[in-house]
Design a protein around this ligand. Structure first.
Ligand SMILES: [Cu+2]
Length: 418
């Protein structure tokens, strides 16, 4: 080391401390990417768009989910018999949960209590109690691949890839019994419920369209035509359009959820596999299995960024809230109302926390909570509204003036692990 006068050395140390404190404060919600061929997870700070950690996980990561409170991340090892649990505060793998052979798709209840695992090699769906970190129930389903839980929490739909008997298998979440099976003529790939639970989007191997099921009647609607090999299709809360990753042309296609017509297509990397919406609802994070990177798509039309990750990235999941936010009960969270949308459309807070809304638009808005709890009928431009959420739960709300403006507050327990 070069000799320095004492005061200069102190300045250097002080500058280093200030820089590290600045970095900690700037930390945004994180994205977790499963690199299938490396058996690692890349952790990306969505604020700086840099990889901040690379963690070894169970072999062949092929399912990933972030708990609603943002504190744990679960990764299924399809080449193993375990689900790796990552502590999102330290970004370390803290547990390997034994689930059976070849776990693939994962789904989680909105309260974070139950993790459902498609245990493909053992022909069953495992119910993992996340507070006990172990399997506490199991439902036989042949060759389960992916799972979607209805937003009301009553049923889970499982894509079964049993040769000759492709089907959607519907499980009642309370009784854990199979209630019905919907036969399919092609192998199912992914399935996702729209945020409002009114549509189930399903992709099939060899079909260049997204199938749309009405879960109220289990009847098929008009498919959404896409390019070759659509994979995950989703309609996120706070977005007017639905989105679908199309592997063949390497693009994300936006569609109109009402008419099922294409709105526009955005080129991404090679063989895109999965996507998630950023916590602020402004960017799509797309994993590209064929180009070993992640595309960060600015929905407002800004430049696309690319973040290099490991070998064959498949699943990607973004924290809904930064770990540093809402770290203690009694803090507050803020939602802006801007351009006829709630920003962010989804926030997670702790029980006892206060949430405030400010109308930054030139038009009046309002807040109506679906459970009938306290909102405000008319929030004039420039005005603010706030309330405290004491009880854990999921609080969906809409604008009283513009019912297409939908959003959600998720309240988690203030005790660790609750
Ligand atoms: Cu409004």
């Amino acid at each position: 080391m070069i000799a320095m006068p004492g005061f200069a050395r102190i300045l250097v140390i002080f500058a280093a401390l200030a820089a590290s404190a600045g970095a900690a404060l700037a930390a945004g919600p994180k994205a977790y990417v499963g690199n299938f061929k490396d058996s690692t997870v890349s952790v990306i700070d969505t604020g700086t768009e840099r990889v901040v950690a690379t963690l070894p996980v169970a072999a062949g990561p092929d399912g990933i989910i972030v708990a609603p409170n943002g504190r744990s991340v679960f990764v299924s090892g399809s080449g193993a018999a375990a689900v790796s649990e990552i502590d999102a505060a330290s970004d370390r793998v803290t547990r390997a949960i034994d689930v059976g052979k070849g776990p693939q798709g994962l789904a989680m209840t909105t309260d974070g209590k139950w993790l459902l695992v498609a245990v493909n090699g053992d022909d069953r769906v495992a119910f993992v109690d996340t507070s006990a970190h172990g399997v506490s129930a199991t439902v036989p389903v042949p060759k389960p691949h992916t799972i979607a839980i209805r937003p009301d929490g009553r049923q889970a739909y499982v894509a079964s890839q049993e040769p000759g008997h492709f089907a959607l298998v519907v499980i009642d979440m309370a009784t854990r019994a199979v209630v019905t099976q919907i036969p399919l003529d092609k192998p199912p790939r992914d399935l996702e419920f729209s945020h409002d639970g009114k549509a189930l989007y399903l992709t099939l191997a060899g079909v260049a369209a997204v199938q749309v099921l009405d879960p109220a009647t289990n009847q098929w609607g008009v498919p959404i035509p896409t390019g070759v090999s659509p994979h995950i299709a989703q309609h996120f809360m706070g977005m007017a359009s639905g989105v679908v990753v199309v592997q063949g042309p390497g693009e994300v296609m936006l569609f109109d959820p009402a008419t099922h017509a294409a709105v526009r297509s955005i080129p991404v990397g090679k063989q895109p596999h999965w996507l998630d919406l950023s916590a602020d609802g402004k960017k799509l994070w797309v994993s590209n299995e064929g180009s070993n990177d992640v595309s960060v798509v600015d929905l407002a039309g800004g430049p696309m960024h690319t973040v290099a990750v490991g070998n064959a990235p498949r699943k990607i999941a973004v924290q809904r809230t930064a770990a540093s936010e809402g770290a203690h009960a009694g803090g507050s969270a803020h939602v802006a109302i801007r351009n006829f949308a709630f920003e962010p459309a989804q926030i997670t807070v702790k029980a006892g926390q206060r949430v405030s809304w400010q109308n930054d638009d030139g038009a009046p808005h309002g807040l109506v909570f679906k459970d009938g709890s306290t909102g405000i009928d008319l929030l004039l431009p420039g005005k603010a509204f706030a309330r405290v959420f004491d009880k854990p739960g999921v609080y969906d709300y809409v604008c009283s003036v513009h019912p297409y403006m939908t959003a959600r507050v998720t309240v988690v327990g203030s005790q660790p692990g609750s």
